[in-house]
Design a protein. Structure first.
Length: 462
């Protein structure tokens, strides 16, 4: 079973809590599909490194081909599709096709050693693996033949004609002629529509491993709630463009970057991670309006700008992650007129709190921010009891466990009911593992991390 019995039994109860945060809404693919009708000729995706662009109409067409082909290959709702490659057109198409089909998209860290990847693949047992061949180290291609449970192995490469490859090229597997598409539509389109109609917002959609190597399972509802949260806090509009330059298995990049852009009618500009010069020129050349990076990422970007000056006039909002001092935030204010930060965790589908940049500059001790209604609420509580019941809520100023109640809370850890029950109460509250308290500043309540909080790296990836 992909997620635990405990979580399955809790879904109906949790749904009663979640509905007050999220109105009945469409699924992920439906939210994307709206914009293929509203703005079919608008650019949806830019791969700066490869010089590729796709309009919403073109992206929809490619997603349709891949969806129908996956259905023909026997992929059904609940099947896992693993992807070991950096952000690319193929990555995005495969992700949206997975959402449409009800399959679970599993992006793995392409920088990881083959032995780590093989272990993760054995645990999630994907039906399809898409990967980019690597050279010069222990590579996944060398051990694929050992993973006999994978039905289809497909590689993405500049030259798809790999001699002696144990996999099939992406360009041939997911390519269809006019005659081929007519056949696929005639035979499978009705079934695809029926499958999509029967999907529910609680269906799992995304599986990512956290820094403790636990498989975190996220639903359509989790992702949609977080996209709505991001859209409101960053004032994202259809004319906006987001820079996506973090790792491919980073939930921040996927949700706050890629999905927020594509599900809001905007444009996602993808760049290679850890290449600040590339991001620098992408911002200037494609008039990027929204950025999201760790503090170190912005510092590398600004250092690159000293050698290669470009204009940042198009940037309107900058989201930053990690510990920041006053000097950094003042520099960020010059970089973008608006911005912010908050507590970011994979189990909460990214940011679960938010504090605007101006407030963070004024009160740098309050960088954890607070949840934003109606997308969630934070509370300080006593610890959970032995039966996974949430502790009582503590009053203002008292130190306790930082908890979240939201539609962004994950479904559970894959095949690990014990770990899930330690952080997810039967009432649907998520215990973040941090200790903190609420303080009042100018009539507003902000979350302050306690010095007694256990040392823990709050990260979205390994």
């Amino acid at each position: 079973m992909l997620y635990t019995y405990n979580i399955t039994n809790n879904l109906l109860f949790r749904g009663c809590i979640m509905n007050k945060f999220l109105k009945p809404n469409s699924l992920l693919y439906d939210s994307f599909f709206i914009w293929t009708k509203e703005s079919p000729g608008k650019i949806a995706l830019i791969d700066y490194a490869k010089g590729q662009q796709l309009m919403y109409r073109q992206l929809k067409q490619e997603v349709e081909v891949v969806s129908l082909r996956l259905l023909e290959m026997g992929i059904r709702p609940g099947d896992r599709i693993a992807c070991v490659c950096t952000f690319s057109k193929e990555y995005v198409v495969l992700m949206l096709a997975s959402f449409r089909l009800g399959a679970i998209f599993c992006p793995l860290d392409s920088r990881a050693h083959a032995s780590v990847l093989a272990d993760q693949l054995r645990r999630i047992r994907p039906a399809v693996l898409i990967y980019t061949p690597q050279k010069g180290r222990g590579t996944l291609g060398e051990i694929i033949y050992q993973l006999s449970f994978i039905r289809y192995v497909v590689h993405i490469a500049v030259n798809d004609d790999l001699s002696g490859a144990t996999s099939m090229p992406f360009s041939s597997v997911f390519r269809a002629s006019k005659i081929g598409m007519a056949y696929l539509r005639q035979r499978f389109q009705g079934k695809l529509r029926k499958i999509h109609r029967e999907l529910h917002k609680w269906n799992p959609a995304l599986l990512i491993f956290n820094e403790r190597d636990e498989g975190v399972l996220l639903s359509h509802e989790n992702l949609l709630n977080q996209v709505a949260f991001t859209r409101e806090t960053s004032d994202f509009q259809p004319e906006n463009r987001t820079l996506v330059n973090l790792a491919e298995n980073d939930v921040t990049a996927i949700v706050h970057g890629l999905l927020t852009a594509l599900l809001s009618g905007g444009t996602a500009v993808m760049c290679t991670p850890a290449q600040p010069e590339q991001s620098l020129h992408a911002i200037a050349h494609h008039f990027v309006t929204h950025t999201l990076m760790e503090v170190e990422g912005y510092e590398r970007l600004w250092k690159a700008a000293e050698k290669h000056p470009v204009s940042f006039e198009s940037v309107r909002f900058a989201l930053f992650l990690g510990k920041a001092d006053w000097a950094f935030m003042m520099k960020l204010k010059q970089f973008a007129p608006r911005g912010g930060t908050g507590l970011c965790m994979l189990e909460t589908t990214g940011l679960c709190t938010f504090i605007p940049l101006q407030t963070a500059i004024k009160y740098p001790s309050c960088l954890l921010g607070n949840a934003i209604a109606p997308y969630g609420s934070m509370s300080i509580r006593h610890a959970m009891d032995a039966h996974s019941h949430a502790g009582e809520e503590l009053p203002l100023g008292f130190v306790g466990e930082v908890c979240l109640e939201s539609a962004s809370i994950f479904l559970g850890y894959v095949d690990n009911e014990t770990a899930t029950s330690k952080v997810l109460s039967k009432e649907g509250l998520f215990y973040t593992g941090l200790k903190g308290l609420f303080i009042m500043k100018e009539g507003q309540k902000w979350l302050l991390e306690s010095e007694t909080s256990p040392a823990r790296v709050v990260s979205t990836t390994h």
